[in-house]
Design a protein around this ligand. Structure first.
Ligand SMILES: [Ca+2]
Ligand SMILES: [Ca+2]
Ligand SMILES: [Ca+2]
Length: 385
């Protein structure tokens, strides 16, 4: 008796899906595989295997189908089905990034995953579809990203009032945009903007003082006394085009080291100009927080007289301080640990764009400024090395 063996295998109907993105898995659904016997008869079969079973890459042009049933000729050839694999589609939904700080009665609020809401990046979409990014969009995005209850924790009215915030039915949240007074949730927000949000501790006089550092990141050297300035905005006394600023005096300055531990010896208070000095004894990345209470004097709303507030709650703020080696290495502009042509190219880009470059990184010839001479010197160093 001669066994009628499978002589060939073919894909007689292509799978439903033949177009893939990188990282997808091949899906054989809809594919029909047919075998032909030595006597010429044919039969659909599910006795096949395919490869690759791993995630597809752009190099994959076809999937190989191999017969796995019995009674096939010894040299039975595999067949293939053509596929196409293209780049993974980038997220195309338009968005901006805003940086949000949020404190409640003088204490920073933490997000759902423990993120301290200080300069926290928030991806903002035009959720209400009005064609622009507004405070309302930022607040909603803030909740989506950082509030444990998600977007439901936030609500506002079409008229621009907050009605629910951080899960509480309240309109009692104040906000500033880029450290300036704003009004209403319909205020337009741009990419990179900084928003300060706070809930008042003092709801009699609304004396809480919104504060911010001159710079987000300071750079200094070990054992060099460095001066910091904290600004204040009396939101309650401010109005459109009439910001009321004041220097926070006697506020608590807390210095944290790289591991988040309080560097007790470096703690201090702000002076009457909202300034203080710190000398860092070691290299590293520090964080400084200004909080607690303060004393300040400012003009009243619309320029009416001068008011002095004592023991007013500080709307807390922070800054980062890069000390000594934490500032980076001379010539390593992109901070990746090696000095190469990428750094020279990046330095050239920054210099020609008029961007400020830390002299610690970019002043290759040591003359105190960063300019095209330094780009040339950096190039020389790299090519000589
Ligand atoms: Ca919008
Ligand atoms: Ca580099
Ligand atoms: Ca220079």
């Amino acid at each position: 008796v001669t066994v009628n063996k499978v002589a060939s295998i073919a894909v007689t109907k292509a799978p439903n899906k033949t177009e893939y993105e990188e990282g997808d898995l091949f899906n054989p659904t809809g594919m029909v595989v047919t075998v032909t016997y030595q006597d010429g008869s044919t039969e659909e079969t599910t006795a096949y295997s395919y490869a690759p079973k791993s995630r597809l890459t752009k190099e994959d042009k076809a999937v190989t189908i191999t017969y796995t049933g019995k009674d096939a000729v010894a040299d039975l050839a595999a067949t293939t089905v053509e596929i196409s694999v293209k780049d993974k589609q980038e997220e195309t939904v338009a968005h901006i990034t805003a940086y949000v700080s949020y404190s409640d009665k003088g204490i920073f609020v933490s997000g759902s995953e423990g993120t301290l809401l200080w300069n926290a990046p928030v991806t903002v979409y035009d959720r209400d579809g009005d064609g622009q990014y507004t405070m309302s969009d930022v607040f909603r995005a803030l909740h989506e990203e950082y509030y444990y209850g998600g977007a439901d924790g936030y609500a506002d009215t079409d008229g621009g009032w907050v009605t629910r915030f951080w899960g509480v039915n309240t309109g009692m949240v104040s906000y500033v945009l880029n450290h300036a007074w704003v009004y209403g949730t319909q205020t337009v927000v741009n990419d990179g903007d900084q928003l300060g949000l706070f809930v008042y501790a003092n709801t009699m006089e609304y004396s809480d003082l919104y504060t911010w550092f001159d710079e987000t990141t300071y750079k200094t050297d070990v054992n060099a006394e460095h001066s910091f300035t904290v600004n204040g905005l009396s939101v309650m006394n401010s109005g459109p085009d009439s910001p009321v600023t004041a220097a926070p005096a006697n506020a608590t300055v807390t210095v944290y080291d790289e591991n988040g531990n309080v560097a007790e010896a470096l703690g201090t208070k702000t002076d009457e100009h909202g300034q203080f000095k710190v000398t860092f004894p070691k290299d590293g990345k520090y964080t400084i927080e200004v909080s607690g209470t303060c004393t300040y004097t400012c003009s009243g709303y619309g320029g009416s007289g001068m008011n002095t507030y004592k023991d007013a709650t500080v709307v807390p703020t922070r800054c980062t301080v890069l000390v000594g080696t934490a500032r980076g290495t001379l010539g390593d502009i992109n901070g990746d640990g090696v000095i190469d042509l990428t750094d020279a190219a990046q330095l050239l880009d920054k210099v020609t764009a008029g961007e400020k470059v830390d002299t610690y990184l970019g002043d290759i010839n040591g003359d105190g400024t960063v300019d095209l001479m330094d780009v040339a010197d950096l190039m020389d160093r790299i090519t000589e090395a």
